[in-house]
Design a protein around this ligand. Sequence first.
Ligand SMILES: *Cc1c(COP(=O)(O)O)cnc(C)c1O
Length: 414
Amino acid sequence: DDEWGQRQGCAVSVGETMSTKLNWLYAELAALREQNLYNTIRTIDSPQGAWIVVDGKRVLNFCSNNYLGLANDARLKQAAHDAVEKFGVGPAAVRSIAGTLSLHNELEKRLADFKGVEATISFQSGFNSNGAVIPALVGKEDVIFSDELNHASIIDGARLSGANIARYTHNDAEALEDAITQSAGTYRRALIVTDGVFSMDGDIAPLPQIVEVAERHDILLMVDDAHGEGVLGRGGRGIVDHFGMHGRVDVEVGTMSKAFGVVGGYVAGKKEIVEWLRQRGRPFLFSSAVTAADAAACLRAVDILEESTELVEKLWDNARYFKTEMQRLGFDTGASETPITPVMLGDAQLAQNFSRALFDNDVFAMAIKYPTVPQGKARIRVMISAAHSREDLDKGLEVFGKVGRELGVIKEKI
Ligand SMILES: *Cc1c(COP(=O)(O)O)cnc(C)c1O
């Protein structure tokens, strides 16, 4: 756009003087646009569900992490309403001063029961949970063994801790063991960290093998189960339950913003680890907690998951159906083992064009490009939900087929 062109790389007049101090930034932003890596953020004007209103247009929603459809569930909304009536809208202080509500404590207790751990502590988000727990467990004299595809919040938490970071090959327990052997004797304490489900590929960490390595070397093991909760395991109890590894993973990080449909995060594990985070978890000590409405809605989500496995089963039925049909159409759905369905395209521009054409046909699915995924691994990521009906999925398949043929990604039907 015009204003952009004028400002890019030029001195900007500020009062009487010419300022050049932000020229680097104008150039960076222009470069992102040129390389098709500029993030255009769409605005939603409806509740989250199978269909949403995006930039004024009603579209089939293949973007959200609302795995179970709880983000607009009437029961959660009622719980939030009731909590607002009883507690008001704001927590008014950080939890360690005057901001811990009975609802926060109740939620922590219920999450501990749900996950089958001794205790949990809740935070404002999954992102903050990683920023809290990693620096509380390791520091400058220590080492973190981290899967190379771990989530950004794990990477940031690890950096914040000041520990040495040893990245190992994605989902490779042998590479992990090699890294541990190589750094033997060079550190005080160690922590192994992995995502449970990897959000861009939908593959699952080989937890039993990683647990074995961790136990053999007596190293703390932490799993971020953000995309596993409400999805994997009995009734959505997560990756530890999925593999039957209860009691063998020291720390689990979770989020309430995905399958649970609300917002917030938590750390689960031994009661002493949780106790330590109440003393040393900086986001707990220095930032206010989620509101009463959030906590109450989360509690209701836990009730629903404990009452019935229906939503989790619907999610998996939908995911299996969609993935099988996409493969039948000729699409490459990568290494996914979960409802996260990447549609591998390679080129960033192709992914961008594909996403735009889908949108023109009333289907909302994001193009995922570098730096979120490696260069040359651009894709459309489809997020399947229990909120989708079979009709919705068929509509999505029809549009993917049409756009895929138009853009030469799949062949014409013979
Ligand atoms: C989404 C995600 C988070 C962040 O969760 P929020 O609650 O949205 O902050 C953390 N870790 C992983 C692995 C995630 O996928």
